[in-house]
Design a binder for this molecule. Structure first.
Ligand code: MV4
Length: 515
């Protein structure tokens, strides 16, 4: 599909305002620096000493810590764009990234919003309208309705036609909000009522639609990129089924269940979906996939996603760079046939939370941090020693992205990197992630969206994982060392060269062995 109306000659962007914070703000600025583009940071009270403020060419305070008074304030952000002379705004993920009103106000202010048009955001943000468009484009959607529920009795009749179980979903929802699973006919009306009131409260829009419930699905998404000329490509899939309460925990590419044939079909559908959305920039087409590899469009995310680095690593493309190039008006620099997957990549999201205490957020001051390094390791973060993780924002503090030639190599490298990762001062999810690496269903690649609940007992048990091994080995080595000091005449000569701190060395070495 060629859209000649939009075609124009490229205009280079010289300065980008990043309307975000944390690791993603820093990640975007890194690419800007490589491209010779100046960066403008905005920050709240809580972020005065945050890395994104120090990394940027210039930084502007936009208000109190609560995001509703800072990172969500369209007026203040556009004031900064004007004052700083930024010619574009990158919204990152979360905050204003999928806010059509923000895209409109940027356009009115003469600032390029790095992302799709307000019309595309709106069309995909409304799930009923997105379903209609996908059906028209020949993309398979979950069997269900394409008009909002107006009458409860009628809904009961429709559901009899579809067959139970079904999901009742809010058209303005996504990511699990305003969603009800209905297994029994007797529950239909009450589920509609509660979903409706939840949707009205959460989104100010109580439109609902119905989908057949897909039991035990995989969540597989395709990365897409589209230029202003109507050209679009996909950058293969990401397997995102490891989720806890609709929060992704681990993502990987390729998906352990994918076949070349299904990948080609799903990729073609992802590109068709992107074109049907008149899309521009980087986006994600989410599918649910059943055990027989039947796939259905679920929703489109009209932003850069948290897990984009695994795609970058396997496909060899800087997605932020391509977002900026497309926003400048350049055509895509590659065709679909130029894109290949190389090896395997996996991301662990590191949260400041207490995994032993119902995953309660655990913000606070970082007293020590050592990040993993070495072959195949990328660590996208923003925290440092002495930094206080604010209570106001998402508790994700970093992303550990691993590459290897095979999935097995990646899992062992991930365990090694998690072992190297030391954060003191706040509780983190690192130990829990090690447990996932040691769970048979995960190691075998035989998991779906029920992985966490299915393996809850193992994941929450305190049986020894490497992290515990290390602690125990350290204590053992110290006790032994204290004993040695008392009878120091008996110290074996070669161990003496390790000095007084020798116990630490021995403890670490022992910690590396599996008990
Ligand atoms: C579904 C589904 C089964 N059938 N829709 C959850 C979040 C939202 N994006 C859609 N979700 C689901 N929609 C139908 N028709 C199962 C889920 C679902 C899920 C999807 C992806 C990842 C994790 C999930 C966990 C529970 C339910």
């Amino acid at each position: 599909m060629i859209n000649m109306g939009k075609a124009k000659s490229p205009v280079r962007i010289k300065k980008i305002l990043i309307a975000n914070r944390g690791e993603i703000a820093v990640r975007i600025m890194r690419t800007c620096r490589e491209m010779g583009i100046e960066t403008v940071a905005v920050y709240s009270d809580a972020d005065r000493s945050s890395l994104h403020v120090r990394y940027a060419t210039e930084a502007y305070h936009i208000g109190p810590s609560a995001s509703s008074e800072s990172y969500l304030r369209i007026d203040k952000i556009l004031d900064v764009a004007r004052i700083s002379g930024a010619d574009a705004i990158h919204p990152g993920y979360g905050f204003l990234s999928e806010n059509a009103q923000f895209a409109i106000k940027c356009r009115e202010a003469g600032v390029k919003f790095i992302g799709p048009s307000a019309e595309s955001i709106e069309a995909m943000g409304d799930k009923i309208s997105a379903r209609k468009r996908m059906i028209a484009a020949g993309v398979p959607v979950v069997p269900g309705t394409t008009e909002k529920i107006v009458d409860e009795e009628e809904a009961v009749r429709i559901i009899r036609g579809i067959g139970l179980p079904v999901m009742i979903k809010a058209s303005a929802g996504g990511g699990g909000k305003g969603m009800r699973l209905v297994r029994q006919e007797a529950d239909i009306k009450s589920s509609i009522r509660s979903a409706k009131s939840e949707a009205r409260t959460a989104f100010g829009d109580d439109s609902l639609y119905i989908e057949k419930y897909i039991e035990s699905p995989h969540h597989i998404e395709f990365q897409v990129l589209a230029d202003q000329f109507g050209d679009a490509v996909h950058l293969f899939e990401r397997e995102c089924s490891v989720q806890r309460r609709h929060q992704k925990v681990i993502e990987e590419t390729p998906s352990p269940i994918m076949t070349p044939e299904v990948r080609e079909k799903m990729g073609a559908c992802a590109v068709a979906a992107t074109k049907a959305a008149n899309y521009e920039g980087a986006g994600t087409i989410e599918f649910i996939v059943d055990d027989n590899l039947n796939f259905y469009f679920l929703e489109m995310n009209t932003r850069l996603q948290v897990e984009h680095p695994i795609t970058e690593r396997v496909v060899g493309v800087d997605l932020v760079r391509e977002q900026i190039r497309v926003a400048e008006g350049f055509p895509l620099p590659f065709k679909q046939k130029d894109l290949k997957m190389n090896g395997h990549s996996m991301e662990c999201r590191i949260y400041a939370e207490d995994t032993d205490n119902n995953f309660m957020p655990n913000p606070g001051k970082i007293t020590h941090i050592t990040e993993p390094m070495g072959l195949g390791v990328r660590c996208d973060g923003y925290i440092h020693e002495g930094y206080t993780i604010p209570i106001y924002y998402d508790p994700m503090i970093s992303k550990l992205i691993i590459w290897g030639r095979t999935r097995e190599e990646v899992i062992e490298r991930m365990r090694r990197a998690l072992f190297e990762y030391k954060i003191s001062g706040v509780k983190t999810s690192i130990k829990y992630l090690v447990k996932i690496m040691e769970t048979p269903d995960f190691r075998n690649g035989t998991y779906n969206t029920h992985f966490i609940e299915k393996n809850e007992e193992f994941l929450n048990s305190k049986i020894k994982c490497d992290k515990h091994c290390e602690d125990i080995a350290m204590i053992a080595a110290f006790v032994e060392h204290a004993g040695r000091l008392q009878k120091s005449k008996l110290v074996i000569p070669h161990e003496r060269t390790l000095g007084v701190k020798g116990w630490k060395h021995r403890g670490r070495r022992a910690g590396m062995q599996r008990l």
